[in-house]
Structures are given as C-alpha cells and as structure tokens.
Write a protein that binds this ligand. Structure first.
Ligand code: ADP
Ligand code: MG
Length: 395
C-alpha cells in the first residue's frame, strides 16, 4: 500500500476521503473524536503545499439533501482543530464544489458537502456509482484514502475514486491497518477478546472467526442474553435475538471443542424497565426474573472479567457491557475499560459506542494502546473479509 510519502503533492489538488461521521445534537458536535483523528493527514498535506479537498459522509441521508445531515458544523470544527479556515462547499460535485476547489491556494483546505446527498455514492448500480466517482475524481489530481470507518463500504468515494486517480493510504488508515495486523498475525498470547453491545447479528461473523484465534472470549452487554438463553436460562425482558439462539448454541459447543474459554456474565443488574432511573436488583445471571431486563453486568462479573484480562498480552474490546448512556448502568463498561487501562497488554478498543463510552466516562484515551475510529471496519477485518476500500488502495 502506497503511503502519503509516496505522493508528490505540492501544488496539486488532493482529494482526501476522511471519516467525519460524528454524532450531532442539532448543530452541536457531541463527540469530535473522528474529526481529531483525521487532522494529522490533512496537516501533513497542508504543510507540503497541497490544495486539500476533503470529502466525507454524515449519517444516512440516503441520496437526498437533508439539512440536518449537513457537514457545515464539521467544517467549522475542522477549521478550529487545524488552526486555519476550511472553505465549505455547499454541494458535493456541483457548481459550488468546483468554484470552492478553484479558489484554493497551496496549503489551503476545503470540505465538500455530505457525500451521501448524492445517490451515486452508495449506489449498488456500478454505472451510477462510477458516474458519480468520475465527477468526484474530476475535482482533484490525487486521492488519499483516510476514512478508515468507511473502508468496508463499496462506495464511490471509497472504492471507485482510487481506481481513477493516483492514490495512497493516509496516516490514519495506515495506523489502523497496522493495529489490525497485530490482532490477526503472530498475536501475543494470551489473546483475550471482550464483546458487548446491542446486536449479536452484527457480530456473529466475527465471533465465528475469533473462536479460531483467541484464547478467551468474554461476552457482556446486550448480546450476552442470547448466550444465556442458549444455555437454557430465563432472560426476562432483556435484549434477545431469538433467531440466533441456534447459532449461538453452536458457538458454545465450538468453544468447548477448541478449548477457547467462553466467559459469560454470572450476575446482572436486572432493571424494572429501560430507563435511566429504573429500579434494579443485582441477580444471578441464571435467575433473571421474567419481568426484569438486564441492563449491565453485575459486580461479580466485573471482577471475573478483570481477572480474565489480568494476564492478557493482547486485548480487543468491542461493545459496551451495559447501557452506559445511563449512569446507573455504566459501571460494567467502566470496569472493563479500567481493567484494560491497568493492563500492560496491547489493548485495542473498536466500535463507535465503545470509544464514545471511554470518553463519556472521562477515562484517559491514552490508557489504551489504540482506540479505533472504525467499529464495522475493524470487525469485518477481524472476520477475515476483504475490505473494498483497502483493496482499492492496494491496487
Ligand atoms: P459499538 O458501537 O461499540 O460496536 P454497539 O453499537 O454494538 O457497540 O452497541 C452499543 C449499544 O449497546 C449502546 O447504545 C448500549 O446502550 C447498548 N447496550 C449495551 N448493553 C445493553 C443491554 N444490556 N441492554 C440493552 N442495550 C445494551
Ligand atoms: Mg454502535
């Protein structure tokens, strides 16, 4: 994979595909982690005298111009972080985009409007996607792929544009891929993976693949209840993926056959409802009352998971252990995060919500070896899939 250093960028228009998909509350950015992560690559291009044209998506406007998904607030924040103005183009590849790019001087930066305002960006129709990619490529001389959070998408700005322009991987993509290699090749053992979060279905593929690689798999969060149910326990109103119980039962068997330690919660906070102020009791994971729902792992589980992490040499953590957005149910996520911070293993946090949880709980980001900007992308890499955006950069 060519890197930034391989491109001669001085005086050239460089299209940077970044991942600026941040959570917004109205026009307020509630977590600017992804913007900050994209700054080093842009700064390096600025310092080398490129005309930098940044493109990115925000949310899911599905091919339509929807003002609530405008990247305008992101342009402002990016400018603050770069310490220089970022010109904002009010369309993606139209008159405004062309005019904005035309006025760029060497070392200046522009941001195009939300790529997903254009139906061609995500189109499954190759010709439609390609036509949009050509318009986007027409705005620049060179391409830098740095939107790690989107490299698992076969989208025009990720997959087609690098086939039309001389290209390189940006510093963020390079760093993320180096970390993922350490999690898949010659991994230092014991290798422990902690999975949580809301949906088992998103993570089934990765579980199947991880069972062939890890020494221990700790399961918490909403997905734990499908495992507990598969073992025959009552889970009350807890999150449950009925249709995946059989597959999960298969994982339990396979872990046994392979000698992988699969560790489930032994106690949970069983709440009367899904609310920040819901009353709750600590109950054994095998004795959840039928009218309760588990919203966090309990104190014994927190200790158990910490013990199972203590001797690890490599740890990957994806998915919160409970509904961390509610203070009362954030303790399990905090406990796992603190166990990783204490550990001297190579520790990687993947997943948008897991990374947001670390920041929300006020934990030091530098307590981890790496916090990934891409949840879906890292999971698909760990599943062993080919990521379209990486494949295109490698060509
Ligand atoms: P990530 O983005 O880190 O991959 P996910 O998107 O899979 O994580 O899941 C995050 C969500 O899971 C959070 O919003 C959290 O509230 C929710 N969650 C965690 N545990 C539970 C639970 N026991 N019941 C319901 N939701 C849960
Ligand atoms: Mg998420």
């Amino acid at each position: 994979m060519r890197t930034l250093d391989d491109l001669d960028v001085k005086g050239r228009r460089v299209l940077v595909r970044a991942d600026l998909n941040v959570p917004l509350d109205g026009e307020t950015i509630t977590d600017d982690g992804r913007i900050r992560a994209s700054v080093p690559t842009i700064t390096s291009l600025v310092e080398r005298g490129a005309k930098v044209v940044v493109c990115a998506h925000l949310g899911r406007p599905k091919g339509q111009v929807k003002p609530e998904f405008s990247l305008r607030p992101v342009a402002r924040r990016l400018g603050e972080l770069l310490g220089q103005d970022v010109a904002f183009a009010s369309d993606v590849v139209g008159d405004a985009a062309r005019a904005t790019v035309d006025t760029l001087q060497d070392g200046q930066v522009a941001l195009l409007e939300n790529l997903r305002y254009e139906p061609g960006e995500e189109s499954k129709d190759e010709a439609e996607r390609r036509a949009f990619a050509e318009r986007l490529a027409g705005l620049a001389d060179l391409y830098v792929g740095d939107g790690f959070g989107a490299v698992h998408r076969k989208h025009a700005s990720v997959y087609d544009v690098p086939r039309l322009l001389p290209h390189a991987a940006g510093g963020l993509v390079e760093a993320e891929v180096a970390v993922l290699r350490r999690l898949t090749e010659d991994t230092e053992r014991p290798y422990v993976v902690v999975l949580g979060g809301a949906k088992v279905s998103d993570k089934l593929g990765v579980i199947a693949n991880l069972l062939t690689k890890v020494d221990r798999l700790l399961i918490g969060g909403g997905m734990a209840y499908t495992f507990l149910k598969a073992q025959g326990h009552e889970v009350g109103n807890s999150l449950l993926q009925e249709d995946q119980i059989d597959q999960v039962r298969g994982f339990l068997d396979e872990a046994g056959r392979r000698g992988v330690e699969l560790v489930l919660p032994v106690d949970v906070l069983a709440a009367t409802g899904f609310a920040a102020d819901a009353a709750y009791d600590v109950v054994d994971a095998t004795a959840i009352p039928a009218d309760r729902e588990g919203l966090d792992i309990g104190p014994k589980t927190r200790e158990l998971f910490a013990t199972k992490l203590a001797d690890a040499k490599t740890v990957f953590w994806n998915g919160p252990m409970g509904v961390f957005e509610f203070d009362a149910f954030s303790g399990g996520t905090r406990a796992v995060a603190e166990a990783l911070i204490r550990s001297d293993a190579f520790t990687v946090v993947g997943g948008g919500d897991s990374a947001a949880a670390v920041r929300r709980l006020g934990l030091p980001e530098d307590g981890f070896s790496h916090i990934s900007t891409g949840g879906g992308a890292s999971l698909e890499y760990l599943e062993g899939k080919t990521l379209p955006g990486l494949a295109a950069l490698e060509d």
